[in-house]
Design a protein around this ligand. Sequence first.
Ligand code: ADP
Ligand code: MG
Ligand code: MG
Length: 366
Amino acid sequence: SKLRVGLLFGGRSGEHEVSISSARAIALALSAEENANKYEILPFYIQKDGRWLAGDVPQQVLTSGKVPQLPENETPSANSLLSTTKNNLTRWQFPSQVGEVDVWFPILHGPNGEDGTIQGLLSLMQVPFVGSGVLGSALGMDKIAMKMAFAQAGLAQVKYVTLTRAQIWSNPCIFPKLCDEIEATLGYPCFVKPANLGSSVGIAKVRSRQELETALDNAASYDRRIIVEAGVIAREVECAVLGNDQPQASVVGEISFESDFYDYETKYTEGLADLLIPAQLPDSVTRQIQDMALQAFAAVDAAGLARVDFFYVEATGEILINEINTFPGFTATSMYPQMWAKSGITFAELVDRLIQLALERHSTPL
Ligand code: ADP
Ligand code: MG
Ligand code: MG
């Protein structure tokens, strides 16, 4: 009989819409000829408020690609999947179809999905799932923890300073002193980032004291943990990794764009960025990037898949690791599947391999 694959998509992050696009592409690949006789899709749509839906609504979201309207003023009732706790908090219940899943495919980007939270829930359910576990997901989401793991593995990266929201919003105000330190250590331009987001949300490139102050205050509204990095002038190159304990690295791809940096708009507006696969690089540079990608994958204990992003400073030949994404964009035109396509693995094969890797990892004794 067919393996029932629980497609988990949508979610509470700012990348809700991207998740729907990725889920549509993956659902299509699972219904392709070579996979249709092996897998049956059970879609689960997580609304922006965190509620899980099974059945018709997720199917409609997959078909239309549109975010459905949230039901208004829903009151708890026997069959509404909403319950009220003793202290009057409402909370969602999981749909019963959750119990029918043989393997989960969490297609969620960003916080509450790519960060270890869903992975913890699925681990406790004792059902195999695609991708990294709790540790790999959490380390891959938090840019500060990630950079510490990379530093320990000896991977070269940009200079950075870390701060907390409490420091930025402190009273008595230590803010001017913090800004002095950042200026002295990193100079301008520098990049201010909330530690736990993706898709460039909340990131600012700053060139002056005033911009720095505004950006820090803004980043603190997104996250308790903030990182500031020295800005580099570099080509942006990426490498896809696939596997568990003996992972493979793909060909290297490059992103080129006209905008100031690879911000949200550039990432998601058609025509603003070009993907060049494979990137035109000296062989030794390509090999070094692939090697570093595999080291980064191991450094955070990633599993299944990850996309590792780098800065290649052509002027000096330096290769600096920027980040690892444990659930990268997965639409038909996204970098991750495209890099595998150029490495000889089709989209349909890729989703099949990922499910098999999930089963393999789950069946391996600790
Ligand atoms: P996200 O996880 O949201 O993708 P990144 O750390 O990858 O965040 O930053 C998004 C983009 O910002 C990068 O792709 C790059 O264009 C730019 N950027 C980030 N950090 C730096 C840096 N230190 N120097 C130069 N550009 C940077
Ligand atoms: Mg990222
Ligand atoms: Mg990035």
